[in-house]
Structure formats: C-alpha cells, structure tokens
Design a protein around this ligand. Structure first.
Ligand code: 8DG
Ligand code: MG
Ligand code: MG
Length: 144
C-alpha cells in the first residue's frame, strides 16, 4: 500500500507492567517479523486510546487490563519492510485487572506467544520502535 493513496495509520500498544516485567510476544507480521513487541493494534474509528489498548490486549492475549494511561507517542516510518508503512504509535501503560490471570496466544498467526520479560533482561531482537525507546532510556514504569 505504498505510493499514491498510502497514509499514516495510528497504532496503539500497551506496556502491560507486572512488577519490573512487561508482556512481550514475538511478531508474525509483514512488519517487524520475528521481533519482540508489545500487544497492540490499529486505532478504530471512534475509539479512545484507552479503549483501543484494552481491546487489543483482550483480543491478542485474553487479558483484562486496568489503569490504562497514556505514556508517549512516536513516529515510525517503515520503508524497508515488505509492506512500506507509516505509523503514529501511541504507547499506553496498564496493569492486570486480576494479577492471577495468565496470557493466552489468541492470534497465533500474528504472534508466537506471550511472556513476561524483566525490563533489565529484555529479549532480542526487539521490534525497532521499541528498541529505539529502550536505547533512548525510556522507562515505562510508574514512579516509586
Ligand atoms: P489489528 O488488525 O488487530 O487492528 O492490528 P494488528 O495486526 O494487531 O496490528 P499490529 O501490527 O500489532 O500494530 C499496529 C502497528 O503499531 C504496527 O504495525 C506498528 C505499530 N507498533 C509500533 N510498535 C509496536 C509494538 O511494540 N507492538 C505493536 N503491536 N505494534 C506496534 O510502532
Ligand atoms: Mg490486533
Ligand atoms: Mg497486534
């Protein structure tokens, strides 16, 4: 969908935090294939960022989240990918509504599976928008 008619899209993804860990899954996608990324997806017409983050996490992992808050926005142009695209990506933070709930891989065609990774020991390779944030010293955890 490059060339005439291509437009930037809005992605919303979620730093689902549990102690000092975040939930990541290895992507199966034309964008960032086989890299570790946050749960998330496309903002739908009429949705708030919070609604989109909660919906995508539920669709992809079965998890119910709470305290969904906006952290930051980045601009990501993927020209080298099999399908050139451009995302304005909105990063949210949330916690589990029920700390006992376990992630399920509900979209196995899009992800190899979800797991918790310590922020100080993240898997490689990270999806590059996330890798860039880590390299820039971004910290998704609440203060204190
Ligand atoms: P949908 O059909 O469920 O709406 O979309 P999806 O298949 O779940 O979309 P996605 O690729 O997971 O997310 C949309 C875009 O958001 C993705 O192509 C690029 C951007 N994005 C980033 N960083 C991250 C990230 O860490 N995780 C996810 N899921 N998307 C991200 O820039
Ligand atoms: Mg999705
Ligand atoms: Mg997704």
């Amino acid at each position: 969908e490059n060339g005439a008619g291509a437009v930037p899209r809005v992605g919303v993804c979620v730093f689902l935090v549990k102690g000092k860990a975040v939930l990541l899954g290895r992507r199966r996608s034309s964008i960032g294939d086989s890299t570790f990324a946050l749960p998330g997806g496309h903002l739908e017409f009429g949705e708030s960022f919070e609604e989109c983050g909660s919906r995508e996490v539920k669709e992809e992992t079965g998890l119910d989240i709470a305290q969904v808050e906006l952290l930051t926005v980045t601009n990501n142009v993927f020209l080298e990918e099999p399908k050139p695209s451009h995302y304005v990506t909105v990063f949210m933070r949330a916690v589990l509504e029920d700390p006992q709930q376990v992630p399920q891989n509900l979209e196995p065609h899009k992800c190899d599976g979800w797991d918790w990774y310590d922020w100080d020991n993240l898997p490689k390779p990270l999806f590059w928008p996330l890798e860039k944030m880590v390299q820039d010293g971004f910290d998704p955890f609440p203060i204190g």
